[in-house]
Design a protein around this ligand. Structure first.
Ligand SMILES: *[C@@H]1O[C@H](CO)[C@@H](O)[C@H](O)[C@H]1NC(C)=O
Ligand SMILES: *[C@@H]1O[C@H](CO)[C@@H](O)[C@H](O)[C@H]1NC(C)=O
Length: 481
C-alpha cells in the first residue's frame, strides 16, 4: 500500500475467458478508485482482452507468463475456448507449471493482496511464505458454493465424499433440508464424463477445495439483494471464514472490442425493425456440444413457437465437421422472423437492445447476470458444470422457466421448447416471468448498488492487509534477537 492508502493487488484467474473477463471487470472497478492491479495470464489471453479505458490503463498491468508446453496440448491453446471440454485437463497441467514463474513474479512485485481462482490450489502456501494475504474469488454464486460444500469434503478421500453420485444428485448432507439446489443424474453424468481423464496431479474437487481452504477470505460474485440466505449460509455453515459479496460486476455496454463494430451495425439494423421486447436471444455458451437431435428439436421448437429470434450457433471445438446442421428448410421457413448467426456475436449489446425481451440460455452465471442487468426474461436450458444449479435456483425462485426435460436422459422435445418460449415471451400466463425479470433489473443493473459492494471490498482489503504480515514480523524478531 502506498502513502495514499492505495493498494497493489495481483489477480490470477483460471485460463478461461469466462473467468478472465470477470477478474478484469473487478480489476477495472478497483482501478477506478485509484488502486493498482497486476492481472496475470498468458500472452495469447492478454491479447484477447477487450481494451481498457484510457484513464485507468496505467493502473492495470497485464502480465503474460508464457504457458509451459505439455504433451497433447496444442501449441496455441491457452484458454478453455481453444479446447473441447474433455481436453481441458491438459490445460490444467500446463497451468500448474506456472507455479514457479508466478512465485518469482510475486517475489518481485510484493503486492498487498492476491485475488485468485479455483485452479491455483498451489498458490496459498506461496503467498504465506511471502506474507501476502490472499482472497479466493468465486465466479460461482453462493448457492453453488454451498452445494459444492466445505473444503474438507472436497479434499477428503473419494469414496465417501463430494464425488459420490448419490450426494450430488439427491442432496449433499450439508445443505438445508428444503434446498431447491441440486443436480440431476444426467447432469452429473455429463460432468463425470468431462472429468474421466486427468493428467494433472490433482482432481478438480481437490483443486477447488484446496484453493478455498488456503484463503484468508472468500469473495463471491453476488449480492445480498439476490442471495442473502445463501451468502450467510456459506459463511456460517460451509466455509467458516469471512465471505464477502463483491456485487455482480454488471457489464458495461461500451468499451468492448473494436472488431465488433461492423458486425454490430448489421445486427442492430435487424433488431431495430422488431417490436419492443418481442425477440428471444439464444446462445448456449461456447463449450457445450449439442447433439444433432438437440439442435433439431431446438430449431423446430423455435419454428413452432413463432417467436422472433436471434440465435447464436457457434460450432464448439469438440464438434467434428464444419458446423451444426439445421433441419432442412429451417432457415427458409424462418427467414421472416429469425436470424441464425454462426459466428461470434456481441452478446451484451444484443441483450441491451430494447427489441430483445427474452434469453434462452445455458445458464452460465456470466450470461444470467448480463441478461438480468437488462431485464430479459429467462428460458433455461442448462448444459454443463454448475449450470444445472443455476437453473434450479432461478426456476425455484420463479425468475426463469426451465425447459422440461426427460429426467433420465435429459432429452427435450420441440413441443416443450415451443411451449416454454411462448409462455415466457408471449402468453399472459408468463407475465410473471417478464415482471420478475424487470424486478431483477433493479438489482442486477443497479450500478450504484454494485459500486457500494466494491467500496466495501476495498475497505476490507485495506483493513486486513496485515493478516499474514504478522507471521513475518515474528520471524524477523526472532532472527534479530
Ligand atoms: C475514468 O473515466 C470515467 C468516465 O469516462 C470516470 O467515471 C472515472 O471516474 C474515471 N476514473 C479515473 C480513475 O479517473
Ligand atoms: C485447511 O487449512 C487449514 C489451515 O491452513 C489446515 O490446517 C488444514 O489441514 C487444511 N485442510 C485440509 C483438508 O487440508
Amino acid at each position: 500500500m502506498d502513502n495514499n492508502g492505495k493498494l497493489h493487488v495481483v489477480m490470477l484467474p483460471w485460463l478461461a475467458m469466462g473467468h478472465i473477463i470477470p477478474f478484469l471487470e473487478l480489476s477495472k472497478c478497483l482501478a477506478q478508485k485509484g488502486h493498482r492491479i497486476s492481472l496475470v495470464s498468458t500472452p495469447r489471453n492478454i491479447k484477447r482482452l477487450p481494451e481498457i479505458p484510457q484513464n485507468i490503463s496505467a493502473l492495470i498491468n497485464l502480465v503474460g507468463l508464457p504457458l509451459p508446453s505439455v504433451d497433447n496440448l496444442p501449441e496455441d491453446a491457452e484458454a478453455t475456448i481453444d479446447l473441447p471440454p474433455n481436453k481441458v485437463h491438459y490445460l490444467k497441467k500446463a497451468f500448474d507449471g506456472l507455479k514457479n514463474p508466478f512465485a518469482c513474479f510475486l517475489e518481485d512485485s510484493v503486492p498487498d493482496w492476491i485475488i485468485y481462482d479455483f485452479s491455483s490450489y498451489w498458490l496459498p502456501p506461496i503467498a504465506t511464505k511471502l506474507g501476502v494475504p490472499c482472497a479466493f474469488f468465486s465466479l460461482f454464486n453462493a448457492a453453488s458454493v454451498a452445494f459444492f460444500g466445505p473444503p474438507s469434503e472436497l479434499m477428503g478421500n473419494n469414496e465417501e465424499s463430494w464425488r459420490s453420485l448419490e450426494d450430488l444428485t439427491y442432496k449433499p448432507k450439508w445443505l438445508p433440508y428444503n434446498s431447491i439446489v441440486f443436480l440431476r443424474l444426467y447432469e452429473m453424468l455429463r460432468i463425470m464424463d468431462t472429468m474421466k481423464e486427468n493428467v494433472a496431479d490433482v482432481e478438480d474437487a481437490y483443486r477447488y477445495g484446496s484453493a478455498v481452504n488456503g484463503s484468508d477470505v472468500v469473495l463471491i460474485r453476488s449480492c445480498l439483494e439476490f442471495e442473502h440466505f445463501w451468502l450467510n449460509f456459506v459463511e456460517a455453515e460451509v466455509l467458516q471464514r469471512p465471505v464477502i459479496p463483491v456485487g455482480l460486476l454488471p457489464p458495461s455496454v461500451q468499451g468492448r472490442r473494436d472488431d465488433e463494430i461492423g458486425e454490430w451495425a448489421e445486427i442492430k439494423v435487424w433488431l431495430d425493425k422488431q417490436n419492443k421486447g418481442s425477440v428471444v436471444y439464444i446462445a448456449l455458451g461456447t463449450e457445450a456440444t449439442l447433439t444433432q437431435e438437440e439442435i433439431d428439436e431446438l430449431a423446430l421448437g423455435l419454428e413452432l413457437s413463432n417467436v422472433p429470434f436471434f440465435w447464436v450457433l457457434r460450432k464448439p471445438l469438440s464438434l467434428e465437421g464444419d458446423s451444426y446442421m439445421l433441419p432442412v428448410g429451417f432457415e427458409d421457413r424462418t427467414r421472416n422472423h429469425g436470424v441464425v448467426c454462426m459466428g461470434w456475436a456481441p452478446q451484451v449489446k444484443i441483450l441491451a437492445h430494447s427489441s430483445v425481451g427474452g434469453f434462452l440460455t445455458h445458464c452460465g452465471w456470466n450470461s444470467i447476470i448480463e441478461a438480468l442487468s437488462f431485464g430479459c426474461a429467462l428460458i433455461l436450458l442448462p448444459l454443463l458444470a454448475e449450470q444445472g444449479l443455476n437453473a434450479r435456483k432461478l426456476h425455484g425462485d420463479k425468475i426463469g422457466l426451465e425447459i422440461p426435460r426427460d429426467e433420465q436422459d435429459g432429452s427435450f422435445t420441440r413441443y416443450s421448447v415451443a411451449e416454454s418460449l411462448r409462455t415466457v415471451m408471449v402468453e399472459d400466463k408468463g407475465n410473471y416471468f417478464r415482471r420478475k425479470a424487470m424486478e431483477m433489473k433493479e438489482i442486477f443493473g443497479n450500478k450504484d448498488l454494485h459500486d457500494k459492494y466494491v467500496n466495501n471490498i476495498i475497505q476490507y482489503l485495506q483493513d486486513h492487509k496485515h493478516v499474514r504480515n504478522a507471521a513475518c514480523s515474528i520471524n524477523i524478531t526472532s532472527i534479530s534477537s
